[in-house]
Write a protein that binds this ligand. Structure first.
Ligand code: CTP
Length: 226
């Protein structure tokens, strides 16, 4: 299986020295990439700006902004069987990016923003028989929001976590996630129950979470083909 994985934040520049971004360090996506290579899958990792070494055997494509990430995925997707969107994509970018540093006295205290493309929603029409996995990092109980995102973004699986739980979330090597799967083909969910019951995983290393996700993808790919 060719697996395409995204990781890290995106940066949306206001000028050459200032940007909008978020706290993602890329650890979860890099762990999924390592787990997928361990299982013998060819992996392409589209990474936002992070300071992590590339896992051996992974083909890495570095990007900065959400629009660059979308373009990189569009190039790679045709050769891929599965997409894992663990990147924390910035939803907004400054309406204008200045070519030179903006001077404080010339700046407005109000920043005008424009929406970035939602990468998963943009790619949904190209999904076909590919497996699409998303993440939902929330503050507080993530289940309801994750179920909404699973449906809105047309995903097979969403990996939900509460980033306020100790040992889960940003910049740590462990995570506590809940897997929420869309009802598989042939077992069509009702409009009220489109996803299977959430599967709560214990706190464990991000690499072990990555291994669970890769095994889930293998099983879903096999059921889609079989
Ligand atoms: N995502 C995406 N494109 C975006 C934003 C998010 O493809 N512009 C993907 C993320 O990679 C993740 C999933 O969508 O797999 C959920 O991301 P999240 O930031 O939790 O959701 P949003 O749709 O941005 O919703 P909100 O900010 O309201 O929580």
């Amino acid at each position: 299986m060719n697996i395409l994985i995204t990781a890290g934040p995106t940066r949306e520049y206001l000028d050459p020295v200032r940007f909008l971004s978020n706290r993602s360090t890329g650890k979860m996506g890099f762990a999924v990439a390592q787990a997928a290579v361990e299982r013998g899958h060819p992996v392409t990792l589209v990474a936002g700006p992070v300071s992590l070494p590339t896992p051996p055997g992974v083909t890495r494509v570095d990007v900065v902004s959400a629009r660059e990430m979308l373009a990189a995925i569009e190039r790679c997707l045709p050769q891929c069987d599965a997409l894992v969107m663990s990147a924390a994509v910035a939803d907004w970018r400054p309406a204008q990016e200045a070519g030179a540093k903006l001077k404080k006295r010339a700046m407005s205290p109000l920043l005008q923003l424009v929406p970035n493309p939602d990468i998963l929603q943009t790619l949904a029409p190209l999904k076909g028989r590919r497996v699409f996995v998303g993440f939902a990092a929330e503050t507080g109980d993530p289940i309801e929001e994750a179920q909404r995102k699973l449906i809105d973004k047309g995903l097979d699986l969403i990996v939900a976590n509460d980033v306020t739980v100790p040992g889960a979330g940003f910049a740590v090597d462990t995570n506590a996630v809940t897997l929420i799967s869309a009802a598989p083909l042939g077992q069509v969910g009702s409009p009220k129950q489109p996803s299977l019951p959430p599967q709560v995983l214990p706190l464990q290393s991000k690499l072990d979470v990555g291994r669970v996700i890769v095994q889930w993808i293998e099983a879903r790919c096999a059921s889609l083909k079989g």
